[in-house]
Design a protein around this ligand. Structure first.
Ligand code: PXG
Length: 285
């Protein structure tokens, strides 16, 4: 494995950054999780756009152009000789002193790791997963806009801890106004009477790249897809629920807080969106 740090490639054992990096000390930085399918980086331009929007929002100078970052990602995939992989692109504020002042960090660091992601076992894509609603609310946009994909995931991690303690792999997080926001590392969709709904971000959820691909897939299939406010009730009484993310792709959800959703299997709309998603990705499934 060759890891990119600031223009150089390092072996895994030698890929190290300073303990004074504010990415470590304060979670001061941003990241992207990206997939490589059949040698092609999936929606790279969209990931780079989101990265630069996150950087703009937190006044972080990446020190590279979009084209430079895209090339660095492509080069790192190439030197690792990977056809299918998971890319973690990280930009930290860089080395500073022990105070939080980001202006004392002279130069941001760009890190690119091309590795693997442990996917859910295949049977879950057929039978779906059970999730819970977390008691941890998603941070509200007046505190921190969660469209920024920052290195501080403690809000999500606290919800993930609750999910794991309940024997689940994901948890729904409500926004501070009580409406459904998203899951800890996935967006959420419901299907009711043939119409697909997903919460509008409203600054309380990440605008997922996979979410965007699913909205495109629905468009291709002429399935109506609306961005709507959803409550826990809407989840419970829906015909189908699924979650989307770079890691999970499109995962059916068949139980929420003990309520069985639909017939307890991957529903027909979810199945056709999955099929169309793979067409968009360019994989025959
Ligand atoms: N919401 C949150 C909070 C996320 O972190 C998504 C939605 C889905 O977005 P994309 O762009 O991936 O469709 C994410 C995804 C993982 C993993 O292991 C995923 C994310 C972060 C860290 C790990 O799948 N982000």
């Amino acid at each position: 494995m060759k890891i990119y740090i600031d223009g150089e490639f390092y072996a895994k054992e030698d890929a190290k950054i300073s303990v004074f990096d504010h990415g470590l000390l304060y979670g001061d930085g941003i990241f992207e999780g990206i997939r490589v399918y059949n040698g092609t980086v999936f929606r790279l331009a969209e990931h780079i756009d989101r990265l630069f929007s996150s950087a703009q929002a937190i006044l972080l100078d990446i020190g590279m152009t979009r084209a430079d970052v895209m090339k660095a990602v492509e080069d790192t995939v190439k030197v690792n000789e990977r056809e299918n992989a998971y890319i973690r692109l990280v930009v930290t504020r860089g080395v500073g002193d022990l105070g939080i002042n980001p202006y004392l960090c002279k130069k941001s660091s760009v890190i690119i790791i091309v590795g693997d992601i442990s996917l859910y076992p295949e049977e879950f894509y057929k039978n779906g997963i059970a999730i819970i609603t977390s008691s941890v609310r998603r941070i509200s946009p007046d505190q921190f806009d969660t469209r920024i994909k920052s290195l501080n995931y403690l809000n999500n991690i606290l919800a993930k801890i609750e999910a794991v303690q309940a024997g689940c792999m994901e948890a729904v997080m409500l926004a501070s106004d009580g409406y459904v926001a998203e899951c800890t590392a996935d967006n959420i969709f419901v299907v009711k009477k043939g119409i697909v709904y997903t919460p509008h971000s409203h600054g309380s959820s990440l605008e997922g790249i996979t979410r965007g691909a699913v909205i495109d897939a629905a468009g291709n299939l002429k399935i109506e897809c609306r961005e709507n406010r959803l409550t826990q009730y809407d989840l419970y009484i829906s015909d189908e629920v699924f979650i989307t993310g770079t890691g999970a792709e499109i995962m059916p959800v068949t139980k929420i807080d003990g309520r069985v959703i639909g017939n307890g299997e991957c529903g027909p709309v979810t199945a056709s969106l999955r099929k169309e998603f793979w067409k968009i990705v360019g994989i025959n499934k």
